[in-house]
Design a protein around this ligand. Structure first.
Ligand code: FAD
Length: 146
């Protein structure tokens, strides 16, 4: 059964762009064999990741990811069966919102809000999280990719 899982987590410190690239390289190595596709977005000190694929493989991968010391406080935003993939373009893509084009950042800020220092807010509700990730995926040509 095809399913979609979205979770949010806190980035461990220290963490730099090289760590994001290492995670992406590992994901791109492992995910095709599991028929997994998705998107990982780093928003200041938070991750938001969507994983789509066969239910058993998504479960297996999430168990592995949630034990990874490079982040913590993983919280499940959404997990359930879906009729079709929304994020089927990449085995995994990693995007850092701090490095993305100002046009996309402005769009995300106006739709999803910012906190007091002006950082983008990571949505924690299923619909808004899916919509946020989809907007990032659609604007992926606007920079910020690992
Ligand atoms: P190996 O690469 O051989 O790793 C063995 C062990 O070492 C694992 O427990 C691993 O967690 C740990 N490890 C490896 N490198 C580091 C490091 N630099 N620092 C600390 N511990 C380390 N993996 C995927 O396959 N697909 C994904 O989509 C994916 N997304 C991720 C998203 C986030 C936010 C994070 C933090 C990690 C993600 N990972 C992903 C990595 C995942 O957590 C595992 O590290 C990886 O799947 C293990 O691959 P492996 O089984 O080939 O083991």
């Amino acid at each position: 059964m095809l399913c979609r899982l979205i979770y949010a987590s806190d980035v461990a410190t220290p963490f730099d762009f090289g760590d994001l690239q290492a995670i992406l390289a590992k994901a791109q190595q492992n995910n095709p064999a599991l028929d997994i596709t998705g998107l990982l977005v780093m928003v200041s000190q938070r991750f938001l990741q969507v994983i789509e694929g066969p239910s058993e493989n998504v479960n297996l991968l999430y168990r592995k990811i949630s034990r990874d010391p490079r982040h913590g406080n993983c919280s499940l935003v959404e997990f359930g069966p879906v009729p079709t993939r929304l994020f089927n373009d990449w085995s995994m893509r990693a995007i850092h919102t701090g490095l993305m084009n100002q046009q996309l950042r402005t769009l995300l800020a106006s739709k999803y809000g910012t906190d007091e220092p002006g950082n983008l807010v990571v949505p924690d509700q299923p619909f808004t999280a899916t919509s946020f990730l989809f907007d990032v995926a659609c604007g992926h040509g606007m920079g910020g990719e690992a």
